[in-house]
Design a protein around this ligand. Structure first.
Ligand code: ADP
Length: 465
């Protein structure tokens, strides 16, 4: 199993390395072969040209003096270890002199030239590896008439030897280049796949729950972007995990408090020593705590639906003033308890696409907060204004206000400004979180302004559509 995973782990580097190697070796071999052929052909051509030039030079000398002593002299001077020279008479094509014994192969070559009976210098295309000689013919001309012919023979063994040495050097160079290519292929495949392996291992760690991930890939390319994205993912998951745990702890805490009250008062009420009046009083407390519990569970249900995206907003065209009237009339009996007035301003007789129930819930929540934190006999203002694409609903109170440093937190779940105050007023800190989620689902925004002692105002901005 370990062997299999090791094999798999190297699959990508193997693929990259093998493709790179194949490509590079193919290119290198192509280049080497072309270069080799080029050098080879140039060298052979140069040797052949040299041979013709040498023959021509002696042909010019002999053109001046075609005596047997001059021919002898030229034959001796014109050759070296790898060349031979034959001088023939043009009229009867007999050999006047030669630098060595004329072999049957040399004779054959001479005959080929004789067949063509050419008057210009030329070389014979011979097979370098099959024939013993490369041959050239230079005519000796006197007064424009061909009086003789010089045949130069270049030993192909000599060329073959040089080409052999040359091939050896090429082969060593080619092997060295391929060796270096293999090394680079190995290095490059490792270099490319190393960050990928790190990322893969990191992803495996995330899967196993290790979210404190640092991949440390600083290559400044797509792979480092991917690594950063994965690190961010891990860190987000970590934050989510922490906030989920905090949320659960808060829920447990919020549930425990009313339950403790209920159990405590139920225990006291059950005592035989408790009078009927005391029992009635305890029952009222138990009832209040039960109400608080059911309100809390309602809020939790709503939040859970919001989080799971199950909370469906069913938008329909509705006259905004109708929603406002419904919310206000729902709140009226409650507001009356503290003699609080509602002052409505602005025109809300227009149609917008809203989820009527949810927006009414938002308004009731905000009015309820304004009520909870307002003083007796104060006024809550509800004003509506509208732009081309958006309309605004502002709910302002003259209550106790919220400290500046708390303002950014009040939309968080379970956030309460003054914990003891909220126990008294009954909230668990979920209302504004729900309000904000509902407004966001409508494509709107909510903002808050507050001043300690002067009051708080919440402004909702919503699109018509
Ligand atoms: P709660 O149910 O506790 O009222 P919310 O989420 O509705 O929770 O509000 C969060 C906190 O914001 C409240 O505990 C309260 O301290 C503060 N708050 C909200 N509305 C007002 C307001 N109109 N005036 C003063 N404080 C407010």
């Amino acid at each position: 199993m370990a062997g299999l995973s090791k094999k798999r782990r190297h699959k990508l580097s193997y693929k990259i390395g093998a493709s790179f190697l194949t490509m590079m070796v193919a290119i290198e071999l192509g280049l080497f072969i072309s270069l080799y052929l080029l050098v080879f052909n140039t060298y052979v051509k140069q040797e052949v040209d040299n041979l013709v030039v040498r023959g021509d030079n002696y042909a010019r000398v002999l053109a001046v003096d075609f005596s047997s002593s001059m021919v002898r002299h030229s034959v001796l001077a014109g050759v070296d270890n790898s060349t031979a020279m034959v001088v023939q008479n043009a009229s009867n094509q007999t050999t006047l002199d030669s630098s060595q014994t004329v072999t049957s192969e040399m004779r054959q070559h001479i005959q080929e030239f004789q067949k063509s009976n050419s008057n210009t210098s030329q070389s014979l295309h011979t097979h370098l590896f099959r024939d013993d000689y490369i041959v050239s013919m230079s005519p000796v001309k006197s007064d424009g008439k061909v009086i003789g012919r010089i045949y130069m023979f270049l030993d192909t063994h000599h060329i073959r030897q040089i080409l052999f040495d040359f091939t050896g050097i090429f082969a060593v160079l080619a092997l060295l280049t391929i060796f270096l290519t293999v090394l680079s292929a190995f290095y490059i495949s490792r270099f490319i796949t190393r960050p990928l392996l790190l990322i893969k291992n990191g992803a495996q760690k995330i899967a196993l729950g290790d979210l404190s991930l640092a991949l440390n890939i600083n290559s400044q390319d797509e792979l480092s972007d991917l690594a950063t994205a994965i690190e961010n993912l891990a860190s987000n998951l970590n934050t989510m995990k922490k906030s989920r745990n905090e949320f659960l702890a808060s829920v447990a805490h919020e549930l425990r408090t009313p339950l403790t009250f209920i159990k405590g008062y139920a225990d006291i009420a059950a005592r035989p020593s408790s009078s009927d009046a005391q029992k009635a009083e305890y029952l009222i407390i138990i009832r209040e705590e039960t109400d608080r519990l059911s309100a809390l569970t309602d809020d939790l249900m709503t939040l859970a639906q919001l989080e799971e995206n199950e909370f469906k907003i069913r938008k329909a065209s509705v006259i905004v003033s109708k929603i406002i009237e419904q919310a206000v009339s729902k709140m009226s009996p409650i507001l009356a308890q503290k003699n609080i007035q509602i002052a409505l301003s602005g025109n809300s007789d227009f149609v917008a696409a809203l989820d009527e129930t949810r927006i009414e819930q938002v308004l009731v929540n905000l009015l309820m907060n304004a009520y909870k934190y307002s003083f007796e006999k104060s006024t809550i203002t509800l004003s509506i204004s509208s732009d081309d694409n958006l309309f605004h609903i502002k709910i302002a109170d003259n209550g106790e206000g919220i400290p500046d440093e708390e303002l950014t937190h009040i939309f968080e779940r379970f956030y309460r400004v003054d914990k003891s105050r909220s126990r008294k007023t009954g909230g668990a800190g979920l209302g504004l979180a729900i309000v904000q989620d509902i407004i966001k689902l409508h494509g709107g925004t909510i903002s808050v302004q507050s001043k300690i002692g002067s009051g708080t105002s919440f402004e909702i901005t919503l699109p018509y559509e």
